[in-house]
Design a protein around this ligand. Structure first.
Ligand code: CA
Length: 258
């Protein structure tokens, strides 16, 4: 074989290998993005806190738990978001610039019953009473342990949905809310994080029609762009795993678990 032909073959082999590598890398990135999207799920929270380190730390801890998290570093922005978005819970600091936590809570309660966990550096029982009287659902004094905050948050959200128990049984399906596991006829069902969240949200609102908009609002935070058919994919997969009639579609309205 002529030397120049050999070189051509070698360079085209290298080219093919490079393009294969490139394709693999591209697809790995794609799937990594998909996996990240799937894992970043669950209920949507608002954190109103003006201490940057605490706000950042809380946001990371909550996202790691799978919550979608919106943030506000001052009171007015906090109130605006709290009133205009349907959150599953709000973590609200008391001492805030522009508008304090008391005023936010007072104005919020005129419009919404979103569960509120008040956060404060003060450890005075007078503040605790004032907070609870003003419509706060729970109260945590700084400094606090993150696991305690997370436990209180879970219990707050369950209470607000009138499901204080940690297990839900619906027909053949049982959902362990604390462990975030699901069984059907006693056998474990493997769900992706996002499938679990869709199921949990519908199950906690059993008997109520849940609109697609409400589901999207709870699954994605303000920083995420969403794929329009992703919900259909999750519902399709859930039906495959839990039975075709477990989640019912109300055409043009949304979904319901009866
Ligand atoms: Ca503060």
């Amino acid at each position: 074989m002529e030397p120049s032909r050999k070189t051509n073959i070698r360079s085209s082999t290298i080219h093919v290998e490079f393009s294969t590598l490139w394709t693999c890398w591209h697809w790995s990135c794609h799937w990594l993005q998909v996996l990240l999207l799937i894992s970043r799920t669950t209920m949507r929270l608002l954190v109103v806190e003006d201490e940057p380190d605490l706000l950042a730390g809380l946001t990371v801890a909550l996202r790691r738990e799978g919550y979608s998290v919106d943030t506000a570093a001052e009171g007015e922005e906090g109130l605006y978001k709290a009133v205009h978005t349907e959150y599953d819970a709000i973590i609200l600091d008391i001492m805030l610039p522009v508008m304090d936590g008391w005023e936010i809570l007072r104005r919020l309660r005129q419009k919404r019953t979103t569960p509120v966990l008040m956060l404060t550096a003060r450890d005075r029982s007078a503040d605790r009473v004032r907070g609870l009287d003003a419509g706060a659902d729970d109260y945590l004094t700084k400094p606090f342990d993150t696991p305690e905050l997370l436990a209180r948050l879970r219990s707050l959200i369950r209470r607000s949905l009138h499901h204080p128990q940690s297990d839900l049984s619906i027909g053949e399906v049982s959902i362990q809310l604390t462990a975030r596991t699901v069984t059907r006829l006693g056998k474990p069902v493997t769900l992706t994080a996002r499938e679990y969240v869709v199921l949990e949200f519908l199950a906690l609102h059993r008997g109520e029609l849940v609109t697609r908009t409400a589901l999207y609002d709870h699954l994605f935070d303000e920083n995420e762009s969403t794929l329009s058919n992703i919900l259909d994919v999750h519902i399709f997969n859930l039906r495959k795993k839990l039975g075709p009639n477990f989640i019912l579609t109300r055409r043009g309205h949304g979904y319901i678990i009866e």
